[in-house]
Write a protein that binds this ligand. Structure first.
Ligand SMILES: [Zn+2]
Length: 372
């Protein structure tokens, strides 16, 4: 199977960072979720992902497979030309960007719109942090928070939560009084500075508010699940912790997208998608960050139970445009390999796989996000 002709909807990625920010960091920093200096300055260059990617990028840019040669080539192309090349080679129809990652370092959504169609994913915790800094009382803060997302701003196709990073996925019901108490504790600590929101009561309370609004507009809510940078507790990143939220009758019709294949909890994520109508999955970040064998195993495990109507492509690309290219290349290749294996196993027929590939790379996202 060759899936290059299917234009991809990349339903979860991040804005690229400005050139001067990118060159101030080691190139290998874009290839790891770690941020300890020993990791980004040494160990990150010794993963299978990095080794493979260096050769692929060199091949793509037509230079020697060494970091120095790639950096020189990037420099002479300039970010705009490099981005154009990567987006075009990835055959992307549209990208959905969570612009809440490193908001002070990124290029705006309008910059990316020079190359292709872009939709926005609104990161709830970042919005809350910005609004806490501007308000002294909880009632006004809550009113402002709700006003910002009801109705969702133009161009927003989903909400995104990083509760997983901050306090875990065991999201609980929280009273107004408990959330207010947390708000005033944060104000005492940060005054009018923008806080880093790490309070479980307030995060969970605001998430419940946002889910009610998502229900009203049938807007999908993306949850970071599974592995990520060491800010998160991987035990609390298991999507099985979402059970009480998934069982709540009032959120039963809110589409929930579990990002990153919930790695290493793929089978748990597949189970949730197979029994809860509102649960959808993607395999971004895992593809292209793992070894080839790892990527193949993840997509295969997701499809053990997940209906093919509920699985979507994403890259989780961030920082540099090469990750969009590598994500698309390996997303297509691994999907093709897994579907071919499913034919050999007699799980699928030859006639079925083309439609399934198009659904996973494009059509499921179009339907879920009502993209047009
Ligand atoms: Zn992401």
């Amino acid at each position: 199977m060759n899936l290059l002709d299917i234009p991809i909807i990349d339903q979860h990625a991040h804005n690229l960072v400005r050139s001067e920010v990118a060159v101030s960091r080691p190139y290998a920093a874009a290839f790891t979720e770690g941020y300890a200096s020993e990791i980004i300055n040494y160990h990150a260059r010794h993963t299978l992902f990095y080794r493979r990617s260096l050769r692929e990028i060199a091949n793509f840019l037509n230079c020697e497979p060494q970091e120095e040669a790639i950096l020189a080539c990037r420099q002479s192309l300039g970010l705009e030309e490099l981005t154009k090349l990567c987006f075009s080679a990835a055959n992307l129809e549209a990208i959905f960007l969570d612009d809440g990652l490193q908001p002070d370092s990124i290029l705006p959504i309008s910059w990316h719109e020079k190359f292709l169609t872009v939709k926005r994913i609104l990161r709830l915790e970042l919005l809350a942090e910005q609004l806490i800094a501007k308000t002294d009382d909880f009632e006004t803060f809550l009113e402002n928070f709700i006003n910002e997302i009801d109705p969702p701003p133009a161009g927003v196709v989903a909400f995104k939560s990083i509760a997983c990073y901050r306090t875990g996925l065991d999201i609980k019901p929280v009273s107004f009084a408990a959330a207010a108490c947390s708000f005033y504790d944060i104000k005492r600590q940060f005054e009018d500075r923008c806080p880093r929101l790490t309070d479980k009561y307030l995060i969970d309370f605001l998430l419940h508010q946002a889910l009610l609004i998502a229900d009203k507009y049938q807007l999908p809510v993306q949850f970071h699940t599974g592995y990520g940078d060491p800010d998160l507790d991987l035990q609390l990143a298991n999507p099985l912790h979402l059970r009480s939220l998934l069982e709540s009758p009032q959120y039963r019709h809110v589409p929930i997208v579990l990002l990153h294949a919930s790695y290493p909890y793929m089978q748990a994520a597949g189970y949730l998608a197979s029994v809860y109508p509102q649960v959808y999955l993607d395999f971004g970040l895992v593809v292209p960050f793992l070894s080839v064998a790892g990527m193949r195993s993840v997509v295969r495990q997701l499809l053990e139970l997940t209906p093919t109507t509920k699985l979507m492509y994403s890259s989780d690309a961030h920082l540099i445009p090469e990750l969009y290219y590598l994500g698309a290349k390996w997303g297509r290749q691994i999907l093709a390999e897994v579907l071919e294996a499913a034919i050999r196993d007699s799980d699928l027929s030859v006639n079925e796989v083309d439609g399934i590939a198009a659904a996973i790379l494009r059509d499921n996202a179009i339907a879920l996000y009502r993209y047009s």
